[in-house]
Write a protein that binds this ligand. Structure first.
Ligand SMILES: [Zn+2]
Length: 104
């Protein structure tokens, strides 16, 4: 009877992963204060992304995030280019972070 009892953990693994929550840290243009961004055609959004990092932390408004994206954006009004930082809370389903055993 050497049976290891596998404890079944019912994680909130839903079939439909909710859409990630994206919070933008600096949505306003430093020049005119406009929040509207110039629309880029086609797949320009790919080149807009400067870098992406899996960083876990708390956003400017206290909301948690686990992914940060830096994007090059352009103001729709005055054309001021700037880097927009997007804090994203991704609901990763396939994430195994088991830190239960700790035997020193
Ligand atoms: Zn502007």
């Amino acid at each position: 009877m050497a049976r290891t009892q596998a404890k079944k953990e019912t994680t909130a693994n839903k079939e439909t992963t909710p859409a990630p929550t994206i919070k933008i840290a600096n949505p306003r243009c430093p020049k005119c204060g406009c929040t509207e961004l110039a629309k880029l055609p086609g797949d320009a959004h790919k080149t807009r992304t400067l870098k992406e990092r899996d960083i876990v932390g708390m956003g400017p408004d206290g909301g948690p995030y686990n992914h940060v994206t830096w994007k090059r954006v352009k103001c729709a009004k005055c054309g001021q280019a700037r880097v927009q930082i997007e804090y994203e809370l991704r609901h990763a389903a396939a994430k195994k972070a088991k830190a239960g055993k700790k035997t020193a």
